[in-house]
Every structure is written in C-alpha cells, then in structure tokens.
Design a protein around this ligand. Structure first.
Ligand code: ARG
Length: 453
C-alpha cells in the first residue's frame, strides 16, 4: 500500500524509494514511542483546555493514542518506514483509527519541538536509571572495601611500586569517582528538564497555547522560553554523552587494573570463571574478555561524543535534518553504559583477591623507603637530607640484594647515628599502613559512604 505522507500536499512526485530508505529514522527512533505518546496526550489536553479543540475531540485523540500505546507494547503495531519516523507513524495510525479528528493533534506543534520533547523525557528516565546503577556499583565497592580494609597491597605511581596502601582504601577511590559521575548526571538533569514543547517549528504559534501547562503535565521544571533555542540545540545530548564518556573512562581504568592484577605476573586477584572465556587453541587460557570489552567499548562512547559535537558544530539555527543523527550514538551510549555498569556490578562480588600475594609484594621494591625517611624527619633531620640518606641505604640494600628490614641495626646506624631499634616498626608493611592509610581511617571513610549511599 502506498502511504500518503502527512506532508505530501505540496509535492507533485512520489518520494523516491532510495530517499525513503535514506531519510527514515523509524528503524531506530521508534524507541521513543512511549514519550511521543505521553507528549501527544499532554498536548491534546492543553489544546482542549485552551478551547483550540473540543473536549470530545481531545478524548477521542487520547483514547486513540492509548490504544496505539497498547498495540506497541504488545508488539502488534505495524511500523512503516515510508512514514519516516516515530512521530509520523503514530500520528498516521491515530488518524486511521479515529478519523480526520486525529489530524487535529498536530495543531500548534511541529516535529521539531516534538522530537526535542521526546528526547528530553527519554534522557530524563535513562539518566535516573544510570545514576541508580552507579549507586549500586558504589555499594558493591563499599562491601569489598570493608572486607579488605586491612589487606595490604603496594600502591603505584608510574606503575612502579610506590608505597604500601590498604586495598580497601584503593577501592574507595572508585567509590569517589562514581560519586562525581553521579553528580555530573544529576547536575545536567536540571538543565535537561525544561520543556521545548510549543516552540513548534521554530517561532511558536499564533494559536493561544499554554506551554507552562504541558510542561507541568510532562514533569518539566518549566519551559525553554526562547523557541528558537528550544528546537535548535542538542547540548543536552552532548552533556549526557560527555558525562557518560567520563564514567566509561573510569570503568575502563578499573577494567585495566583488574586485567593487570589477574595476570600471572601480578596474581593479585582471580576473576570468576563465569565472567571469563577460554582460547580455542591454548587450553590453559582464561581470558578477561568482559573487562577487555568494557575497556574497548570506551572508544565507542568517546566516538559518539565526538560524532555529535561534529554534527552540531556548523549548523545554522534552527532545526536541520542533520540533527536526526543524534539518536544512533545516543542510544548506543545508553545501552553500552548500562550494560557495562550492570555486568561489573554482578562480577565484582565474585572477584577473589589474593591477600597473601598482595601483602608479600607490598614491601618488596623498597616501598617503605619514604617511611624510613619520615622516621628520620621525626628525629629532626630535614626531609631533603633524610631523602638523600635513605637513598643511600636503598642503594646499599639493592647491592646486597636484601630488603630494608633485613639490614642489621649496625648497618643502618652506619648511615645515620639517629637510627635506633624502633626503626623496625617503621619498615614493617602492616604497621606502615597503620600509620598512613590505616584500617581505622578506611573504616571511617566507609562509614561515611554507608550513610551517604
Ligand atoms: N525524525 C526527525 C529527527 O529525528 C524529526 C524531526 C523532523 N523535522 C523535520 N522538519 N523534518 O530529527
């Protein structure tokens, strides 16, 4: 059946097949149907309230829309590519269902304000869901941090062993990152949550609409007053993609750390079998694919951000069809980010940390050298001088192939007469973390987080 286009009046020729294929967006923007219908119902209510259509007309439009809603929900709705997008599919179905009165729905509205409204409502829901997923992940990290408050591990800079720290403390760093990620999403929500509806194509309408009313019905905090701005910008999508990219960057660093830690070389942790895959040729392999894919998919998210920034950068105001290209990268980002958060949340409690290996490694590589220097500082030595002295002690120990704590008191004293037997307390890794990122300090931070999450 050849469908009549809602905008067909001005056209003498039927749209070329390739053009229909090329311009359609319903194959992906149908995902917005719930919001499209919600927006239309609010719009119809407003039209009736303002006397632009009658109460009966609004009722018939609304019940038609609700029927379409059920059909879509139950998978009975027939999406038609030749009707371009989600908006025209639903509107056409409405007219087919309730007759010409359905044609009154698009009064004082354009697809330009419609799509901007749908997208904002969609993003509002998705953002809240993502913030919830982040919170869940934070809680999982917190549980692990609590379990490992007094597990000692080497902390790194430049991926070289630096100083012993508590594993729990290290894990709490991720709780902090995810907190800022959540705050970024929350912060942009207040800019997102304004209604473009009623801006129509670009300059509003001559009809006496009530934009504040539809805004209120749809849960917006107000309207975007400038109608040109309302239909022109996609900065809210860009903000979402940007907050998502930053979050994914954090997930990727976590993935990278756990991949490293799971290697035979590190052996700091064992990943759950259920979250790894094998090799088709090397029987001994257990590969950290889930984590690798999280790290790899980060590239897709960055790509989506750059994609939309580029689409928008040279568009004259107001709406341009280029903007239809916002949806593919947006939906892909929403799906990828949610999936990554979910899978990490499931995997995390099943990761086994190798406490013994971490503790052994914590003091290897002279990670307590700073503690030794601070010991001298406490005895009144200027830090620079202490640094120099300990540097010489470390060189001596390396030459003798001994750890610091294996040097005798006489050997140590030969570098500084201030060194006394209590030095050995300062170079015991367990004791060393007690005086820096102590289990008590870790527990204090955990309690603070528990109250906050
Ligand atoms: N499918 C379009 C989009 O996603 C809807 C707006 C179309 N507006 C227009 N004037 N052709 O951007």
């Amino acid at each position: 059946m050849v469908m009549k286009k809602p905008w067909g009046g001005r056209f003498g020729q039927k749209t070329a097949r390739v053009v229909e294929e090329f311009t359609e967006s319903v194959s992906f923007d149908r995902r917005l149907w719930r919001y499209d219908i919600k927006g239309s119902i609010a719009h119809a209510r407003m039209l009736a309230r303002k006397g632009i259509i009658s109460k009966q007309e609004a009722d018939s439009i609304i019940s038609g829309l609700k029927e379409i809603e059920r059909e879509i929900q139950e998978g009975r709705f027939q999406w038609r590519r030749e009707l371009e997008d989600v908006h025209m599919n639903i509107e056409t179905a409405l007219i087919e269902k309730i007759g010409p009165v359905g044609g009154k729905l698009h009064t004082a509205r354009s697809r330009n304000d419609q799509v901007a409204t749908d997208l904002r409502m969609y993003l509002r829901d998705e953002t809240k869901e993502i913030a919830g997923l982040l919170r869940k992940l934070q809680r999982r990290f917190l549980t692990l941090a609590e379990r490992h408050a007094d597990t000692v591990m080497p902390g790194y800079t430049h991926l070289q062993r630096a100083q012993p720290v508590s594993l729990g403390y290290h894990l709490l760093a991720y709780v902090e990152m995810f907190q800022r990620d959540r705050e970024r999403f929350q912060d942009y929500l207040k800019r997102l949550n304004r209604s473009p509806l009623g801006a129509c194509a670009l300059a509003g309408t001559t009809l006496p609409i009530d934009r504040a009313y539809t805004a209120k019905l749809l849960g917006f905090e107000g309207v975007i007053e400038n109608t040109i701005d309302a239909v022109s910008d996609r900065d809210f999508v860009i903000e979402f993609l940007s907050a998502s990219s930053i979050t994914m960057m954090h997930l990727s660093r976590l993935a990278e750390e756990f991949i490293l830690w799971s290697t035979t070389e590190f052996s700091f942790l064992e990943l759950p079998d259920a979250f790894c895959t094998g090799s088709s040729i090397m029987p001994q392999k257990k590969n950290p694919d889930v984590l690798e894919l999280i790290r790899g998919k980060t590239g897709r998210l960055y790509g989506s951000l750059i994609n939309l920034l580029t689409v928008m950068k040279a568009l004259p105001l107001t709406y341009n069809r280029d903007m239809q290209e916002d949806k593919v990268p947006l939906f892909d980002t929403v799906d990828t980010l949610k999936e990554s958060l979910q899978i990490l949340t499931e995997m995390l409690p099943r990761v086994r940390f190798n406490k013994k290996k971490m503790e052994e490694t914590a003091s290897e590589g002279y990670t307590l050298a700073t503690d030794l220097a601070e010991y001298l500082v406490r005895k009144g030595v200027p830090f620079r001088e202490a640094h120099e002295t300990v540097g010489r002690i470390v060189r001596y120990a390396i030459e003798k192939n001994l750890p610091l704590e294996a040097l005798t008191l006489d050997e140590l004293k030969s570098f500084s007469s201030l060194i006394e037997p209590d030095i050995y307390d300062s170079i015991d890794p367990k004791k060393a973390i007690t005086s820096r990122t102590s289990p008590e300090e870790v527990m204090r931070q955990i309690r603070r987080w528990k109250a906050a999450l």
